[in-house]
Write a protein that binds this ligand. Structure first.
Ligand code: NAP
Ligand code: G4F
Length: 352
């Protein structure tokens, strides 16, 4: 009988582990038997709510999950952690990820979202870790302003409309440069919007699901929103973290669009949520005066607030993920209905 050699676990390092995607990615990798290190930044209040459950969950009993302090605006912390861990795979999910906020804190957004990726790639290069693979969380926000409402793929030209988008283009191109100039296995996942019950509360889907449930339960009177006519291609974060891993296992480093190829407006998203909650919603007026009225009570429950409009808006995003479907054998399992069902259920459960 031949000797059975236990294969060493692969080691992954995640920047942005405390975020929506980071939390799903840890769960995914632990189930694949990885040893996972996550980087959290210092904050004055707890920022680990999305991952705390992993430490004492039976689902992850044999886990190998460790948290280290670090910050992608601090080169020395990046260098030290990569040097100590020497991971097989690095996932850079860290960013100041809110598009509207990037107009208010442009310099910090560029520092974390653009230069963060550069700092990690520089550390890989200077430590000569040529076996370490790198994943960059690129974004459909990079496509920005498009001349036509055609779906976007890997060859679509970028025209970012926010400092966040500009920063992501920098990180995206830097990733390609380090691949081509230094031979690093560096990949970009150009992910379209993806949501979940763990989505941050100031992104529109979570804000709508949370707000309408609170209104239904009479805990909130009005939900204030910005542009109702932006169109997005919304998927589920759980599906999208699987694509990140598949991108890193592909035979060569490359860039990939990950999407559902199904687009709806913010207004349609509201209508679908309202219908699931049995709120009889009708719309009145136009422009800034547009309101959503609960027909059963005749109360205004949705108002437009100028403060949520952006100096630059992205009107239309719909991704063509044919390359990922054919070459990575990836496709989304959730659709818009199952995504909304899960988000609404989680909000209702919260109030039980
Ligand atoms: P998220 O929930 O906002 O998570 C961002 C993560 O980055 C958090 O863990 C955050 O830490 C961390 N972070 C922020 N600044 C940092 C810094 N200076 N140093 C270290 N960590 C820092 O975002 P997400 O939705 O999970 O998205 C993950 C990544 O994919 C982001 O880069 C985002 O830009 C990109 N992306 C997202 C989407 C989407 O639709 N969700 C689509 C395309 C691309 P705290 O928890 O302490 O804030
Ligand atoms: O939910 P959002 O803030 O997402 P946005 O701007 O598309 O960005 C998200 O997706 C990107 C991928 O394309 C990521 F890279 C990025 O990190 C982030 O995860 O806004 C979606 C749409 C926008 O057009 C916005 O103007 O909803 C519109 N909107 C209308 N009212 C609102 C609101 N957005 C927010 N956040 N809050 C509102 O009250």
């Amino acid at each position: 009988m031949g000797l059975k050699v236990k294969k060493k676990n692969k080691v992954a390092l995640i920047f942005g582990v405390t975020g929506q995607d980071g939390s799903y990615l840890v769960e995914f990798l632990l189930k694949k038997n990885y040893t996972v290190y996550g980087i959290k930044r210092r904050s004055s209040s707890a920022n680990t709510q999305r991952i705390d459950h992993i430490f004492d969950s039976i689902d992850f009993k044999n886990n190998n999950f460790f948290i280290e302090y670090g910050d992608v605006t601090d080169s020395s912390s990046i260098f030290n952690v990569i040097n100590n861990i020497k991971p097989d795979e690095i996932y850079n999910l860290s960013a100041q990820s809110h598009v509207r906020v990037s107009f208010d804190i442009p310099e910090y957004t560029a520092n974390s979202t653009a230069l963060g990726a550069l700092r990690i790639l520089e550390a890989i290069k200077s430590l000569k870790l040529y076996k370490t693979k790198f994943y960059q969380a690129s974004s459909s926000e990079m496509f920005g302003k498009q001349k036509t409402n055609k779906s976007q793929n890997e060859n679509t030209k970028f025209h970012p409309m926010s400092i966040y988008g500009v920063s992501k283009v920098f990180a995206h191109n830097t990733t390609i440069l380090y691949r081509e100039a230094y031979g690093i296995f560096a990949c970009n996942g150009i992910l379209f919007n993806h949501e979940s019950p763990r989505r941050g509360p100031n992104f529109v889907t979570k804000k709508i699901a949370q707000g309408l449930v609170r209104i239904k339960l009479k805990k909130q009177k009005v939900l204030r929103l910005g542009n109702l006519y932006a169109i997005r291609d919304w998927g589920h974060a759980k599906d999208y973290v699987e694509s990140m891993w598949k991108i890193m296992q592909f035979k060569k480093p490359d860039d990939w669009v990950i999407a559902t190829n199904y687009e709806i407006s913010v207004k349609k998203f509201i209508n679908l949520c309202a219908k699931k909650l049995k709120i009889d919603l009708v719309w009145k007026n136009k422009g800034i005066k547009e309101v959503g009225v609960d027909k059963s009570t005749n109360q205004i429950i949705i108002k437009i607030d100028k403060k949520y409009f952006r100096p630059g808006e992205v009107d239309y995003l719909k991704g063509n993920y044919t390359k990922a479907r054919k070459q990575l054998n990836w496709k989304p399992k959730y659709n818009i209905n199952s995504l909304i069902d899960e988000m609404i259920k989680s909000e209702l459960d919260f109030h039980e």
